[in-house]
Design a protein around this ligand. Structure first.
Ligand SMILES: [Fe+2]
Length: 205
């Protein structure tokens, strides 16, 4: 079955003023759509892999034929990263995480402020395009902060993405131009910690 572009769980304007409606529309309807279309195109030559769900496909990326592997990394990663991105944001969100996520962050970083700092530094020092991530590391049974270039998915490294900020220029340039730091600072106001809590609970299963 072909991969499909998910509908946003809120209006394009829902994350204003932190993320503007036009950026949300172009980001989801054009950028994300292109990843989905190009993933489906790449998988046309690999019917054995075309039926796999996106998580299995990325987790088992080494089994994807070499001829299309990079296309699947770029576009499959792009598809999954963005599908997650829309869900870990919400209107009237932000604040500090409580519960299991709050505890896991405290255990790994000391406190929320230190985590925010590390996560932001990763976002700012990712040269060019990429993502800053909070992941669950099953081997260490702990959360960790990492950065990855392009659309590389944490799933390819055996990690479970819980929270990620897209630092490709397409994610912020219309409103923030070159000021990536301002975009990341504003982005905390739309973090949907409830969804992150859900992802962490699933990751631990
Ligand atoms: Fe993006």
């Amino acid at each position: 079955m072909a991969h499909t572009l998910p509908a946003l769980p809120y209006a394009f304007s829902a994350l204003e003023p932190h993320i503007d409606a036009l950026t949300m529309e172009i980001h989801s309807q054009r950028h994300h759509k292109a990843y989905v279309d190009n993933l489906n195109k790449a998988l046309e030559s690999a019917p054995d892999h075309a039926g796999k769900d996106i998580v299995s496909l990325l987790r088992d990326i080494k089994s994807v034929p070499e001829g299309i592997r990079q296309a699947v990394i770029n576009n499959g990663g792009g598809h999954h990263n963005h599908a997650l991105f829309w869900e870990i944001m919400a209107p009237n969100a932000g604040g500090e995480p409580t519960g299991a996520v709050g505890d896991a962050i405290k255990a790994a970083f000391g406190d929320f402020a230190k985590f925010k700092d590390t996560f932001k530094q990763n976002a700012l020092t990712q040269f060019g395009s990429g993502w800053s991530w909070l992941v669950w590391d099953p081997a260490k049974t702990a959360v960790a902060a990492i950065k990855l270039p392009n659309q590389n998915s944490p799933l390819m490294d055996g990690l479970v993405p819980l929270l990620g900020v897209d630092v490709w220029e397409h994610a912020y340039y219309l409103k923030y131009q070159n000021k990536r730091a301002d975009y990341v600072d504003a982005w905390w106001n739309v973090v949907n910690w409830k969804k992150v809590e859900e992802l962490l609970a699933n990751a631990k299963k």
